[in-house]
Design a protein around this ligand. Structure first.
Ligand SMILES: NC(=O)c1ccc[n+]([C@@H]2O[C@H](COP(=O)([O-])OP(=O)(O)OC[C@H]3O[C@@H](n4cnc5c(N)ncnc54)[C@H](O)[C@@H]3O)[C@@H](O)[C@H]2O)c1
Length: 375
């Protein structure tokens, strides 16, 4: 027992040291921005991870729509089936090289085994490419009725540590420990990103969501780092709110949150972003971007939907809107506007053109054709 506890402490210390070093290495880097170059054809090459389950169907829809819209990019599909190197889940080298070369990727959902098997590939991708900030905008879709019509939130989730440090251990049977890791460098990096992101989209308020009333040291560090940084951004008003309070207020009246960019530690971001998706009609509509200092990976927030995979029923909207975020990140604004408008117009055009998750009757194929008609 003592030996196992000592070995846990050693592994935990090693992991902590590695994560802290990783955070410190990127401490002074600027906010993620795109530095990719066009290839000889005048197009950008983008790595495409089609993903599992419905990933194949929704990626096919994206490719068809991009070809019809003549977007100046070429897809480079890669296989991310995990391999174990020295007992660690690892992404195949070809996939890593492709993302490192292109600096940008679009990703479908990847299935994760629960309670056993390889480490989440999504987590592995975030760690491999140091994707420190997960940006999730949620905006009501005009023409698709939900209990709220005025949702327009942006949430930034710390993506590399917190409750997702993966340091867990059975102390004795029936007693387990899980370490929530918060470092100042990683906190500063994501908070700075939030301030810069607010500036870039013309918002003047940043809201830090936390639970420092209970986790005084860990969330307390996140909060004090935010307060220190705020001095560098005199044009941005910093507010703070307890996570439970934010949940209550968001589901009571989301409208006031329009003014803020919200930023928070990992687990709170995971939960609050799904809650926000629910306010606009579900996961099938919500895009996201995982931003790193070198590369960025854009992905739908939903999973591989094994219950409908292969049936031609999946809604490609979330992946399409993620690709629109990607186009904006790459500076391809005209293509972004064109595709976003065609997608939103198709959804607003009526239930016959919407997929089942949006109370419609269209197949993935029919929805894709309708988007192409509206380009
Ligand atoms: N980012 C990711 O890659 C990611 C995210 C979440 C879950 N997952 C993985 O996906 C697998 C399945 O997870 P889950 O079932 O909990 O969540 P899920 O998001 O796959 O499915 C939840 C429900 O939403 C529906 N749904 C999801 N996306 C849809 C779409 N585009 N169109 C229509 N309906 C859609 C599904 O049919 C299902 O009823 C798991 O292995 C999980 O680990 C991956």
């Amino acid at each position: 027992m003592l030996a196992s506890r000592t070995s846990f402490l050693r592994t935990a210390a090693q992991t902590l040291r590695a994560q802290t070093l990783r955070a410190q290495r990127t401490y002074a880097t600027s906010v993620a921005s795109f530095h990719g170059k066009k290839n000889a054809n005048g197009n950008y090459t983008v790595t495409l991870i089609e993903g599992d389950g419905i990933g194949i169907e929704i990626s096919a829809a994206v490719k068809e729509i991009y070809a019809a819209a003549k977007v100046p990019i070429e897809w480079e599909p890669v296989d991310v089936t995990p391999i174990l190197v020295d007992g660690k889940t690892t992404i195949p080298k070809d996939a890593v090289d492709s993302v490192k070369k292109n600096l940008v990727a679009l990703k479908g959902p990847l299935a994760t085994p629960i309670g056993k098997g390889h480490v989440s590939l999504n987590l592995t991708l975030r760690r491999t490419f140091n994707l420190f900030a997960n940006v999730r905008p949620c905006k009501s879709v005009v023409g698709y009725k939900t209990p709220y019509e005025n949702v327009d939130t942006v949430l930034i989730r710390e993506n590399t540590e917190g409750e997702y440090s993966g340091i867990e251990h059975v102390v004795v049977p029936g007693v387990v420990q899980s370490i929530k890791l918060i470092t100042k460098p990683a906190s500063e990096r994501v908070l700075r990103y939030a301030f810069e992101y607010a500036k870039s989209i013309g918002k003047t308020k940043v809201l830090v969501v936390h639970k420092a009333s209970i986790m005084k040291v860990s969330d307390g560090l996140f909060l004090s780092t935010a307060n220190e940084l705020a001095a560098e951004y005199p044009d941005i008003e910093l507010s703070t709110e307890l996570i439970d309070s934010t949940c209550l207020r968001l589901v009571t009246d989301p409208a006031p949150y329009k003014e803020y960019v919200m930023v928070m530690p990992n687990l709170y971001g995971d939960i609050l972003s799904d809650l926000s998706s629910g306010l606009i009609g579900g996961l099938g509509l919500t895009p996201s971007g995982n931003m790193g200092d070198q590369v960025s990976i854009f992905e739908a927030v939903h999973g591989s939907a094994p219950d409908i995979a292969g049936k031609g029923l999946a809604n490609p909207t979330a992946l399409l809107l993620s690709s629109v975020m990607m186009l904006r990140h790459m500076g391809l604004n005209d293509s972004a506007v064109k595709i976003e408008k065609a997608v939103l117009d198709t959804i607003a055009s009526g239930p016959e053109n919407r997929t089942g998750d949006l109370k419609g009757s269209a197949s993935t194929k029919k929805f894709t054709e309708e988007v192409i008609k509206r380009l």
